[in-house]
Design a protein around this ligand. Structure first.
Ligand SMILES: [Fe+2]
Ligand SMILES: [Fe+2]
Length: 232
């Protein structure tokens, strides 16, 4: 499998969780209420999978190699997508802060969460379309066969860490369940897929990680994170 196929698969997973999240946005809009446990699980996915697993693959492996093959990194599509990654991080931080405030018992309006999440999901859909339609075909044109093999071997090494496979399977299952089951049965399933302890641990690790260390695409940090989660 080419690295671009792997990324496309990960995009499918992101879109599945996005669909589930859009369902929650509609629920908030229609009822004025929020199913916090579901939203926290969804936000954990965007923290952990999108930010800590998926974006570093793009930035530090695909974007970086495309830049060495002549595509400018400081303007055009690479700069635009990198800026959007930064935007995701900023927005998910704000959403997380809202959830932390809510957990701490502060009065925070559900409409604010609905609006922040809605904006995030719209950006996610546009971003994934841009990557699928423009970036990945361009990567296949620019990268040499050797580039593809080298990048795929790094992806494979990460996947071999079991964690990545385990986490991906967990979220695949979660996305499938969230997208296909009636909402009344979501709570027990979320609890089944990711225990509260799992969720707390993922959030703790995300919050304690130096944002720059992850997002600058330091492979060692990415690898260590995967390893820590495998052992945890
Ligand atoms: Fe991206
Ligand atoms: Fe992506």
């Amino acid at each position: 499998m080419k690295p671009t196929d792997t990324l496309r698969e990960e995009h499918n997973l992101e879109l599945a969780v996005t669909r589930a999240a859009e369902h929650e946005v509609r629920f908030m809009h229609d009822t004025g209420e929020c199913r916090f446990e579901v939203v926290e699980t969804i936000v954990d996915f965007f923290h952990y999978f999108t930010r800590a697993c998926h974006e570093p693959k793009e930035e530090s492996l695909i974007f970086a190699r495309m830049a060495t093959r002549g595509l400018p990194a400081d303007h055009g599509i690479l700069a635009e997508l990198t800026r959007e990654h930064e935007e995701f991080r900023r927005r998910i931080k704000e959403i997380s802060q809202w959830l932390r405030d809510r957990r701490a018992g502060k009065t925070v309006p559900v409409a604010q969460l609905e609006s922040m999440l809605d904006d995030y999901l719209k950006l996610m859909r546009a971003h994934v379309s841009k990557e699928n339609d423009i970036l990945l075909p361009l990567a296949n044109q620019l990268l040499t066969d050797l580039d593809q093999v080298e990048i795929e071997s790094v992806f494979a090494a990460l996947e071999c860490e079991q964690t990545m496979v385990g986490v991906r399977e967990k979220y695949n299952e979660l996305a499938h369940q969230l997208a296909n089951r009636p909402t009344e049965v979501l709570f027990p399933m979320v609890g089944h897929v990711l225990s509260p302890a799992d969720q707390e641990e993922l959030t703790r690790r995300y919050e304690s990680a130096e944002a720059e260390e992850i997002t600058k695409g330091v492979h060692d940090r990415y690898f260590d994170l995967a390893h820590e989660l495998a052992v945890a």
